[in-house]
Structures are given as C-alpha cells and as structure tokens.
Design a protein around this ligand. Sequence first.
Ligand code: ZN
Length: 160
Amino acid sequence: MATIQKDQVVSFHYTLTDQQGTVIDKSEGQPLVYLHGFSNIIPGLENALTGKAVGDKLNVSVAPEDGYGEYQPEMVQEVPRQMFQGVDQIQVGMQFQAQAEDGIQVVTVKDVTDESVFVDGNHPLAGQTLNFDVEIVDIRAASAEELQHGHAHGVGGHQH
Ligand code: ZN
C-alpha cells in the first residue's frame, strides 16, 4: 500500500483549530492538494504526514517553530498614513501586500492613528500552536512537470 513519501502528490481534508478549539480554517468540499517534500505546507504538518496512507486519520499538534514561527514584535512597523492614499478607510484587520527584501509580504493593520498606520508583518498564525485534524484521501506520484515546478497541478493544486 502506498504511503506518503517525497515526490508524491497528497490530497487531504483538514480542520484547523487553535488552542481554544476555535476553527480557524478547514477544507470545504475539495481536499487540499500538495506536493510532499517541497515545503508546500508547514513543516510540522508535512513531517507528520510522512509514511501515512489513504484513509489514515490523524490529529497533529504543531508548535509555532514548526508552523508559522514565533510572534516577532519587531515586525510591527509604523507607516505614515499618507502611504495609504487611495484607500478610503483603513481599519484594523485589513491586509495589504508590501514589498519586502525577499519578495511580497502580507501585512495586517494593527492600529490606526491620525498620522500613522501600524502594520504587522507576522503571519496571522505566528506564535500559535495549531491543531490539525487530517484525513488522507489520495496519494499519487507527481508528474515530471510538477516536480520541476515544485507544486501540485490540477484540481486543488496550481491551475496554469
Ligand atoms: Zn506549476
């Protein structure tokens, strides 16, 4: 029976809850599809799935260092409000794309004053221990093209 190894495309259903049991995210209808061994998903989850088979159900607790990292207070930055010209209303919780040294970074508005906007470059799930309820629904070999691109294609994967 096939088990999950590097270079395989894996489909799985999941429910993600935080430490309080609140559902943060879940696969709706379509399973999530990813290429195993290419860091397409967070390391704590990817490692836990290695060696699992279709039909396996597991509960995985992922610590921040194996998930979206520790929360880093220094990643909150004060930005002059005039940088947001063209945005009618800036509200706490809004997300923007910002140009960072290593590519596009998504920042979340933490606070707004008359002169400044405080944006947070931490991943929204940084610092959190994450609980995944997972059910493996499919495992298949990746195509040469998928391996070259480093991600899964087709339904639930990259469409291009
Ligand atoms: Zn591709």
